[in-house]
Structure formats: structure tokens, C-alpha cells
Design a binder for this molecule. Structure first.
Ligand code: 1GP
Length: 240
């Protein structure tokens, strides 16, 4: 298994790293070229591909099409083992450390190994922390785990620190796709103050102001999916 560290090193600390999330379940191959043209004109630094419920084979087709149109690193953000494809550059090797479902803590990861060893993907161990956002999200439903309540700040911090101490290379604070409430800036800044690995923040961010607030609070990477799916003109607000 390859550990290149190219992608990990491409995350510039204290910079505006922007990951555009493409869910293969919500994007057709025909729509990719136009969408990626917009991505290329924005300050996006990374493309994440993945979703909670994606049919087998779809991810690879989409990744191949995306890579025809951009040089940005394409990183798998898989909801399941079947989304692994060696056509991407890297993979967030997620462990859902906010939950207590062994399948999503270690089971799926063990299942993934026979696929990963045959790829050249950069494997990035990522502590994935789901935080309650005001409504049930797909991650919660599929993983059958409870998110950490928003007010349980110390539990959120301790979970992130535990992930870092376990050797994870990234911490991802997730409110869930289409979240009602994005991650509170206070949570971002408190977690950021306690870890010395890059912090990814996503879920429910819909405006330039909300994105800026997340960066200012300490997010090293902000992930946007739904806002671009709903309105591609949003890319105009994020020109490079
Ligand atoms: C979801 O964090 C990502 O996993 C992005 O969320 O779709 O709400 O932007 P949105």
C-alpha cells in the first residue's frame, strides 16, 4: 500500500483549502465537464468524491470523467467499500469515531484492505466526527450511529484528540450533508486549539460568509457539496 503524502502535504495550514464534494449518486457523467469548469475557476484545492448511498461502479466512472477535466487531486470520501477505485489519487480512510458501531470504526476498514492493497491510492487515516445538526442525516441513518450533541463540547474535543493520539492524520468535523446547522465556529476553534493535525469542516455551509467564518475559526479545509449541487452560480462567489 502506498503512502505518498502528496495530498496530505497539499493541505496548507492556515490557508483557504476548499474541497468540492461530488456525490456520484447526484451527478451524471454528462454534467461533469460543465461542473468541473466551474470548479477550476474557483479557488477549490481538492475534489472529494463519495456519498452515503452510491451504486457499485458509479464512483469509478465519475472519477475517470472528473480527471479528464482537472488536475486537482481527486480524493475518495467513501460511504462504503464498494466506492474504492484506483482511478482517484487518494482516499480518506475514515473511522467514524463519534459513533459506537464497530462496522464503521474498524469493520469496513478491514473489508477495504484487499481492495486497497491493489491500488496506488494515498491512504489518509481520518477521524470522522459526526455532530448533531438539527435533523437526521444520511451518515447517521446508514451508519446507525448517534451524532455527538452540539452542546457536548468537551466530548467533541476529547474525541478529536483521541483520534489524533491514535495517529490519525486528519480530523473531519461533519454536520452531515445538507445539515440545518453547520458546525459552530466555537466548536471549530476549540477543537483546532487542541490538535496539531489539519482540521476538515463540512456539512450545511451555504454562503461565502459561513465559509469564511469556518476558516477564521480554524478550519484548514472546508467541504462544500449541496450548495454547489443546488446552485452552480455559487462558484462565482468563490473565484480564485
Ligand atoms: C458532507 O461535509 C459534506 O459530507 C458536505 O456537506 O453537502 O452540506 O455541503 P454539504
Amino acid at each position: 500500500m502506498t503512502q505518498h503524502n502528496h495530498i496530505l502535504n497539499s493541505i496548507q495550514p492556515n490557508a483557504r483549502n476548499l474541497a468540492v464534494l461530488i456525490d456520484p449518486d447526484k451527478m451524471t457523467v454528462d454534467a461533469v465537464a460543465t461542473f468541473i469548469t466551474q470548479v477550476n475557476q474557483s479557488y477549490a484545492t481538492h475534489i472529494f468524491v463519495g456519498g452515503s448511498e452510491v451504486s457499485e461502479g458509479l464512483t469509478e466512472i465519475l472519477v475517470l470523467e472528473i480527471k479528464k477535466h482537472t488536475d486537482l487531486p481527486v480524493i475518495l470520501f467513501p460511504g462504503d467499500v464498494i466506492q474504492i477505485t484506483d482511478k482517484a489519487d487518494g482516499i480518506l480512510f475514515l473511522s467514524l469515531i463519534s459513533g459506537r458501531n464497530p462496522d464503521y470504526l474498524i469493520g469496513k476498514q478491514v473489508e477495504a484492505v484487499s481492495k486497497l492493497v491493489k491500488t496506488n491510492l494515498e491512504v489518509i487515516p481520518t477521524g470522522y466526527i459526526l455532530i448533531e445538526n438539527g435533523k437526521e442525516t444520511a451518515v447517521q441513518r446508514v451508519s446507525e450511529t448517534d451524532p455527538i450533541p452540539r452542546h457536548a463540547l468537551q466530548t467533541i474535543i476529547d474525541t478529536a484528540v483521541a483520534g489524533a493520539l491514535l495517529g490519525m492524520k486528519l480530523i473531519y468535523l461533519e454536520a452531515g450533508s445538507g445539515a440545518l446547522h453547520a458546525i459552530d465556529p466555537h466548536i471549530i476553534s476549540q477543537v483546532k486549539a487542541q490538535i496539531n493535525i489539519p482540521l476538515i469542516v463540512g456539512g450545511g455551509l451555504r454562503s461565502k460568509a459561513e465559509i469564511e467564518t469556518a476558516y477564521k475559526a480554524g478550519a484548514d479545509v472546508v467541504v462544500i457539496g449541496t450548495a454547489f449541487e443546488n446552485d452552480q452560480s455559487f462558484f462565482n462567489a468563490l473565484k480564485s
